[in-house]
Write a protein that binds this ligand. Structure first.
Ligand code: HEC
Ligand code: HEC
Ligand code: HEC
Length: 120
């Protein structure tokens, strides 16, 4: 009959659809905001989960990151492989912003290696 597997897929699709409809209610700087949640390749130290839309909301600016790489999936990997983006430069950008904001006492992001490279 109706396998449970398909029901699970249907539920996931429904969940994603309503989730993204809610995302669209906040003001947009651009049409394509990319994925809400991204996993960045962090090499041997472990991969780095990155809440993309949360940053867009709290920073209301694309530039801190996208002046280093274009708004394309896989851009960081590609530029690093081509030698056009220094390894760990994106990482230093993440880290130094977190440090700066932490000093002001505002809610900030992780600074320690394992806190970012948490997917092993
Ligand atoms: C704090 C860093 C940061 C900010 C701010 C940021 N992005 Fe991104 N964005 C990323 C990263 C990291 C990727 C993944 C690149 C890769 O796959 O190599 C990405 C990828 C994308 C992509 C490609 C599709 C995808 O999801 O992988 C789009 C489109 C995008 N961003 C749009 C935006 C827009 C529009 C803004 C501003 C409203 C923005 N981003 C702000 C870090 C950021
Ligand atoms: C704020 C998050 C964050 C913190 C904290 C962080 N990293 Fe990273 N790291 C990243 C991201 C994102 C990348 C991939 C992009 C890049 O290379 O800039 C990365 C890449 C790397 C790479 C691979 C570079 C390459 O391509 O060869 C290594 C190794 C690494 N990190 C080690 C560390 C160590 C060791 C620490 C602690 C001293 C650390 N990271 C702290 C986010 C972080
Ligand atoms: C220009 C400043 C800035 C940059 C660049 C930046 N962040 Fe953040 N990050 C923040 C702020 C502010 C917060 C806390 C507010 C929030 O959760 O939205 C945060 C929170 C986080 C959190 C914790 C989210 C949570 O749910 O607690 C993670 C993980 C994170 N950042 C990863 C990264 C990674 C990886 C990068 C680089 C690709 C990065 N950030 C680049 C400002 C920045």
């Amino acid at each position: 009959m109706f396998p449970l597997k398909y029901l699970a897929i249907l539920m996931t699709a429904l969940f994603l659809a309503t989730g993204s409809a809610a995302e669209e209610s906040w003001p947009m700087q651009q049409e394509n905001k990319g994925e809400a949640q991204i996993v960045i390749n962090g090499g041997k130290t472990g991969n780095v989960p990155f809440p993309h839309h949360a940053h867009q909301r709290s920073l209301s600016d694309c530039k801190p990151c996208h002046e280093l790489f274009p708004q394309e999936k896989g851009a960081v990997e590609k530029l690093k492989a081509d030698g056009r983006l220094k390894k760990k430069l994106v990482m230093k950008t993440c880290q130094s912003c977190h440090r700066k904001i932490k000093k002001t006492g505002e809610k900030s992001g992780p600074i320690g290696c394992k806190d970012c490279h948490s997917i092993r």
